[in-house]
Design a protein around this ligand. Structure first.
Ligand SMILES: Nc1ncnc2c1ncn2[C@@H]1O[C@H](COP(=O)(O)OP(=O)(O)O)[C@@H](O)[C@H]1O
Ligand SMILES: [Mg+2]
Length: 405
């Protein structure tokens, strides 16, 4: 009986041991599962923390004021500090501090800079290639290869331009001695294709001056909100590169009559125009920069631009007469391989009302007809065909203008 009981006890103990062991096993498993869970939660927390950090960053970023742009004009140096004069996009000038992490030697006049809006400190020098005004104008360093000989007729116009633009650039001392100021601005006007751009290029060629060409419509359409600043920068550049001929083509796009309107686009054009007049007024006649502007629409040019001291010399470019047409034809036909004894008189009579641009187009078309005909000599029949073609194109253009105006 005794032994039985002890046997029982032993068995019970064994059983208890076993269940304890499996219980421990069970607990250990549970621990490892929980541990696993904890790790996963931890990772989640880390992720959330990073998210919060990113969001806070973004909020501060969004709260930051945008930087303003300006143009460096000059450095002001004192004992051991220096400041800078800059111009903002409206042309207002400020004396400002320069952030200490900007290298003094990188801060050159003409550079675009980014400014803190609150205190206008220069924070950054912007790379040159983001300065958009370079795209608005053509800085023609290799001056166009056009001389006065390439121009048919326009003798009075050429003479006028030589006296008012070329002579002051070539011989500024002469004007100083005599005591008169050459005119600041000359305005070419006349129908499209009458040689205005051509003559401006020829003067640049003859004077070997820097030739800067800007196109009014591009200034207005491409650089909305920037027109006034562009005008300012362009004048700065013209002075820096002097002697310079600054050629403003399609002036009417900038200087159509100021409309009494609140419409944003018009206000923008007005600001550009006002800036242009301010530049002309603030301009020293004896500075070695001459300004030529051109327009096909003198009728809509703001009268204020034509006041003395601005564009006070007007040069008219007429539709060429018979003699001039002959001269222009000779210029372009001379370059072509043309049939002998062709009838120039007849050609000239057929081209009444045509401009220099039309005549050039006729000669190119005549060459195309020859090529199409497998002919290396231009017969006058090709020229007649070309005249008709150009006439047709002009008729279509006129009708389109009627429809869209
Ligand atoms: N008087 C001229 N003599 C020679 N070519 C001319 C003349 N007038 C115009 N042309 C030709 O027509 C083209 C267009 O003329 P352009 O000077 O651009 O006209 P505008 O500026 O008056 O609209 C010129 O590139 C030139 O080839
Ligand atoms: Mg032109």
């Amino acid at each position: 009986m005794e032994s039985q009981s002890s046997d029982n006890n032993q068995r019970k103990e064994l059983k208890d041991n076993e269940s304890e062991k499996s219980y421990i096993d069970y607990l250990e498993k549970k621990i490892s599962i929980l541990e696993n869970k904890r790790q996963r939660k931890n990772i989640k927390i880390q992720k959330k923390k990073q998210e919060i950090k990113n969001l806070i960053n973004e909020i501060t970023h969004l709260k930051e004021l945008p930087l303003q742009t300006g143009t460096m004009l000059e450095i002001l140096e004192s004992e051991n500090a220096y400041k800078a004069i800059i111009a903002d996009s409206l042309g207002h000038e400020f004396v400002v501090n320069v952030s200490s992490n900007i290298l003094r030697e990188n801060l050159m006049p003409g550079k675009m800079v980014a400014l803190n809006q609150r205190n206008m400190t220069i924070i950054e020098i912007l790379p040159d290639n983001i300065d958009p005004f370079i795209q608005a104008m053509e800085l023609v360093d290799n001056i166009p290869d056009i001389s006065y000989e390439n121009i048919g007729g326009l003798n009075n116009q050429i003479q006028e331009v030589r006296e008012t633009v070329e002579l002051p650039l070539i011989n500024p001392l002469l004007f100083k001695k005599v005591g008169i100021d050459p005119p600041k601005g000359v305005l070419f006007y006349g129908s499209p294709g009458t040689g205005k751009t051509l003559l401006a290029k020829a003067v640049a060629h003859e004077t070997k001056a820097t030739f800067v060409r800007i196109v009014g419509s591009e200034l207005v359409n491409k650089f909305i909100g920037e027109g006034a600043r562009m005008v300012r920068d362009i004048f700065l550049l013209a002075k820096k590169k002097a002697p310079t001929i600054l050629f403003i083509d399609e002036l009417d796009a900038l200087a159509g009559e100021r409309l009494e309107s609140d419409y944003g686009g018009d206000r923008e054009v007005n600001r550009t125009l006002i800036q242009l007049m301010a530049e002309l007024d603030g301009f020293n006649n004896r500075e070695n920069v001459r300004i030529i502007a051109a327009t096909n629409r003198i009728d809509i040019i703001d009268q204020a631009l034509l006041r003395p001291g601005r564009f006070d010399r007007l040069v008219f470019f007429p539709i060429p007469n018979k003699d001039t047409r002959e001269k222009i034809f000779q210029i372009y036909l001379n370059r072509l391989n043309i049939e002998e004894n062709f009838d120039l008189k007849k050609i000239i009579n057929l081209t009444e009302d045509m401009t220099g641009a039309d005549i050039k187009a006729i000669c190119i078309e005549a060459g195309m007809f020859a090529i199409r005909d497998n002919n290396d000599i231009i017969k006058d029949e090709y020229i007649f065909k070309a005249i008709n073609k150009i006439k047709d194109i002009r008729k279509i253009n006129k009708e389109e203008k009627k429809i869209y105006s």
